[in-house]
Write a protein that binds this ligand. Sequence first.
Ligand SMILES: NC(=O)c1ccc[n+]([C@@H]2O[C@H](COP(=O)([O-])OP(=O)(O)OC[C@H]3O[C@@H](n4cnc5c(N)ncnc54)[C@H](OP(=O)(O)O)[C@@H]3O)[C@@H](O)[C@H]2O)c1
Length: 164
Amino acid sequence: MKGQTTGKSHILSLVAVLGPGRELGASNRLLWHISEDLKHFKGLTMGHTVIMGRKTYESLGKPLPGRNNIVVSRSGRNLAEVLAGITGGQEVFIIGGAEIYRQTIDLADKLYITHVKAPLPEGGADVFFPPIDPRKWKEVARTDHPRGITFPFPFSFVTYQRIR
Ligand SMILES: NC(=O)c1ccc[n+]([C@@H]2O[C@H](COP(=O)([O-])OP(=O)(O)OC[C@H]3O[C@@H](n4cnc5c(N)ncnc54)[C@H](OP(=O)(O)O)[C@@H]3O)[C@@H](O)[C@H]2O)c1
């Protein structure tokens, strides 16, 4: 479904991996390494435009290969201008971090969330995903994994679609 209520022709999707309390990261790093999730992320985003905040870009350290990387910064490319400049019927992915998710969740058509049920690393998280309001978002797909090959805790790939 393309942004029917906004008149835009692209699909805006947020991709994130969250802990049980919507935890996203700590000290500008991810909380866990789940190889299945990295593969899932790659499968979703490969060949597409990915938009990220300056801090997430610094945390990655380099552009993601095979994708059109757009990094927003208040001293560089402005998020609203980047979003307004997207053309064509493509799916565009917001890949974080917390500041960028907060500013785009109300504009998004889809959320691809990896829900992780694992203990937090020592020190906990310092950035969080905004609440996913069940009056606004409907779960349309889910794959549950009791554990990963090397990750010993359950996680689920869940797709939410905006209720229109
Ligand atoms: N779990 C996940 O799926 C996931 C995904 C991505 C990131 N993360 C984690 O999230 C954390 C980073 O998130 P964060 O919230 O600290 O930072 P962030 O959202 O990655 O980046 C914030 C920066 O983006 C720029 N920015 C914000 N709003 C803007 C706007 N309207 N226009 C232009 N630029 C704008 C500013 O850059 P300037 O300061 O340069 O102006 C701001 O400091 C890390 O821990 C990372 O590992 C987790």
